[in-house]
Design a protein around this ligand. Structure first.
Ligand code: BGP
Length: 487
């Protein structure tokens, strides 16, 4: 009989969002265009599987600049959080949230990223949101950059492929750290820094048809510049924030299993795992690990470093690690299973796991494993800042969405977090991804719903935007009220 789970009193409970997926008002309040404002819902491409449609090319940017790029720019309207944040925050408070993860849209503060002075209307908007959260006793967790890079930095420098983006980011970081130093205690620099490996555009604002460097070299060069920017933001936070405030780095954590106990498969799993650990290694330890330098050499990737870089990294190590966790991967050492750099292409199917409608393996135990391994490796607190189940769903005859499948998914993952805490892991909190239905990152779909709260809007922006509670709304409220005892 396992003891009833009880999460620590300090454990933070809430939900996670991103400006580009909820705010809308993409051209209001003095905001400049972000890279996500070019992302489109592509019904011709998305077929319920995970055909990401967030990459954008230089040709599409040129078409957009000429006013000739057509499409369904769903992230431009989001779920109108920009105007409805008070109503939404009241619903989060009704569930008992003690924390809420959101991002600041960089081009709301610096429309092109290059202005000398910030946009006061943008700063005032986030002041209102933070004040509303704090009035409800909800602590903001703020991501400085969650795929909302000023489009001008992409247009002018080809995004993070260029060192030219570091200074504008540091300026933006110093502005928001200073402005909100007394309202925000939990900060994250970049969302899913390792996402550059999956999609250079989303993570790094790079247009792949504007460089002839190989995609993995671009991914790691862009990541290097973001490492430096992240470290400089951490250094600024040390100067600006009051005692008790913390700043972290954030990765998408995927637990990796070898397909068999064959040593070559286990070695391949270790190598895959290192492509994930690489990011927190640099952010927490302040230096590049040897396996990364060997990988760059063996794969023939030419990553440019400057003399100053090592000291910048060493001076900007983080207080904690944020992770998104959705799945585990299976890998093996088999010709054709890896690409030219030795990394897995196409996840192998794990016969012991079920899949979501989007083909993501459901592996709650993998979360406990990841939390233990991250804690063992770094001994810094870990914040689960994303976990959730995207699903096609519709209200029943009674007008309510009965999402028992989402309750089951979240319960299993929370139980494993509770087990990790009992294993001795310092887990800071849990912000379920998408506490309210929002626009999908990968596909710009509204129909990939995550929320405890339904939003009446379809993939084309049609609907009343009315908010309504799903069954999981009351379930999560009880979990929070009982600090996990009701799981
Ligand atoms: C993560 C992003 C989030 C969120 C999540 C779910 O990579 O950090 O922004 O969107 O993925 O992905 P999707 O929205 O594509 O289902």
């Amino acid at each position: 009989m396992t003891a009833r789970l009880e999460f620590p009193e300090t454990f933070l409970w809430g939900g996670a969002t991103a400006a580009n997926q909820i705010e809308g008002a993409y051209d209001e309040g003095g905001k400049g265009l972000s890279t996500s404002d070019l992302a489109r819902y592509r019904p011709d491409v998305v077929n319920g599987a995970d055909n990401f449609t967030f990459e954008v090319t230089g040709a599409e940017l040129d078409a957009a600049d000429a006013g000739e790029l057509e499409g369904i720019f769903a992230k431009r309207w989001g779920i109108d959080f920009y105007h409805r944040y008070r109503e939404d925050i009241a619903l989060f408070a009704e569930m008992g949230f003690t924390t809420f993860r959101m991002s600041i849209a960089w081009p709301r503060i610096y429309p092109t990223g290059l202005e000398d002075e910030p946009n006061e209307e943008g700063l005032a908007f986030y002041d209102r949101v933070f004040d509303e959260l704090l009035a409800h006793g909800i602590q903001p967790v703020v991501t400085m950059s969650h795929y909302e890079m000023p489009l001008e930095l992409t247009r002018r420098f080809n995004g993070w492929l260029s060192r030219e983006c570091i200074a504008p980011f540091e300026k933006f970081a110093r502005t928001v750290l200073t402005r909100y130093r007394d309202k925000v205690r939990y900060w994250l620099t970049f969302n899913e820094l390792n996402m550059n490996l999956t999609s250079v555009y989303t993570g790094a604002g790079v247009l792949m048809d504007r460089t002839d460097r190989p995609v993995r070299e671009v991914a790691y060069q862009a990541t290097h510049h973001q490492f430096l920017a992240s470290a400089l933001a951490v250094k600024a936070a040390r100067e600006i924030l009051p005692a008790g405030a913390v700043i972290g780095a954030m990765i998408n954590r995927i637990e990796v299993y070898p397909a068999t106990p064959k040593p070559a498969d286990v070695l391949q799993a270790m190598r895959e795992d290192q492509t994930n650990f690489f990011y927190p290694d640099v952010a927490v330890r302040g230096r590049y690990p040897g396996y990364a330098l060997r990988y760059f050499h063996d794969a023939g990737l030419n990553i440019e470093f400057a003399e100053t870089d090592q000291q910048i990294l060493a001076d900007g190590t983080v207080d904690y690690i944020g992770i998104s966790y959705y799945m585990s991967h299976l890998t093996e050492d088999r010709p054709g299973a890896q690409d030219e750099t030795g990394l897995l292409v196409g996840a192998l199917k794990n016969p012991h796991l079920t899949l979501t409608q989007w083909g993501w393996p459901v592996d709650p135990v993998g979360l406990r494993i990841s939390l233990n391994r991250l804690w063992d490796r770094y001994q810094v607190p870990i914040f689960v800042v994303e976990n959730g189940l995207g699903a096609e769903e519709a209200p029943g005859p009674d007008g309510i969405i009965h999402d028992q499948y989402r309750i089951d998914y979240l319960r299993e993952h929370l139980i494993q977090i509770g087990e990790a805490i009992r294993d001795g892991v310092d887990v800071m909190g849990y912000t379920a991804w998408g506490p309210i239905d929002l626009i999908s990152c990968g596909t710009s779909q509204m129909s990939k719903r995550y929320g405890f709260i339904h939003v009446d809007q379809d993939n084309y922006g049609q609907g009343t935007l009315r908010r309504s509670r799903k069954d999981s709304f009351g379930w999560y409220r009880d979990v929070i009220a009982s600090r996990g005892a009701s799981l």
